[in-house]
Design a protein around this ligand. Structure first.
Ligand SMILES: C[S@@+](CC[C@H](N)C(=O)[O-])C[C@H]1O[C@@H](n2cnc3c(N)ncnc32)[C@H](O)[C@@H]1O
Length: 220
């Protein structure tokens, strides 16, 4: 990630501008959380890349899951813990040139760092990945790099949910990435299947996108 791009996101958080943030649980999580929670290989440990301060993390933690978020903005991470009244500790993580925020009850951890420094060497064994506003938020030039990080974390049977808007291909973020491009980015062995069309979106969002869909990624 070039620092200019990352700084734009950090600036938005400093200015308290997060128009993508939902103050309710995402429909895909409300209806299909179980997809992230079952795996022949792993315990229920869910990765939420580029998590912002999404309330989905609290919801999934309350269902009994261990949550691992990742977010570059320290403001967003602190807001998440403060807004949910969750006590936490912090520690430096030199390998990602960032910090780890950990809830005192050990249910929620958030790495505050650049996604591109993360990999399975830092954390692995996820039963599910909830990707809203990560892959779709990346500038096209960073898309391969984003998929490269995610591919270190996936294996057959992992539950992977990916949100994607339906809109003109050159507009974004959020960007629309056609299914065959996602498959080739994450492939070979990746099959992308539409799970649902989101009906609860922020009021002005449907003015800029035709629809918002959530896909399930299957890996062989
Ligand atoms: C569109 S928002 C999505 C937030 C969240 N998933 C949600 O549903 O509310 C994208 C987030 O990614 C963060 N971000 C952007 N690039 C990043 C990077 N390279 N590493 C870590 N976080 C990044 C931004 O600060 C922002 O909070």
């Amino acid at each position: 990630m070039d620092s200019e791009n990352l700084n734009e996101w950090l600036d938005l958080w400093e200015k308290k501008k997060a128009p993508w943030h939902l103050d309710f649980v995402h429909e895909a999580i409300e209806k299909h959380a179980e997809i992230l929670m079952t795996s022949p290989k792993a315990k229920n440990k869910i990765f939420v890349p580029l998590c912002g301060k999404t309330v989905d993390m609290k919801y999934l933690a309350d269902l009994g899951n261990e949550i691992v978020g990742l977010e570059a903005s320290e403001t967003a991470v602190k807001d998440f813990f403060t807004e949910h009244d969750i006590e936490y500790t912090t520690e430096d993580v030199p390998s990602v040139k960032g910090k780890l925020f950990r809830s005192n009850d050990q249910k929620i951890k958030i790495y505050c760092c650049d996604l591109f420094l993360f990999s399975a060497d830092i954390e692995s064994g996820f039963s599910g990945i909830w990707d809203r506003g990560s892959y779709e938020a990346m500038e096209p030039k960073h898309r391969d790099e984003c998929a490269r990080v995610m591919k270190t974390l996936v294996y057959p049977g992992i539950g992977y949910l990916l949100e994607m808007p339906d809109r003109e291909l050159d507009k974004g973020p959020p960007f629309c990435v056609p299914v065959d491009v996602v498959e080739s980015n994450f492939g070979p062995g990746c099959k992308v299947v539409k799970l649902l069309e989101v009906t609860k979106t922020p009021p002005d969002f449907l003015a800029i996108v035709k629809a918002v869909n959530v896909f399930r990624l299957h890996f062989q």
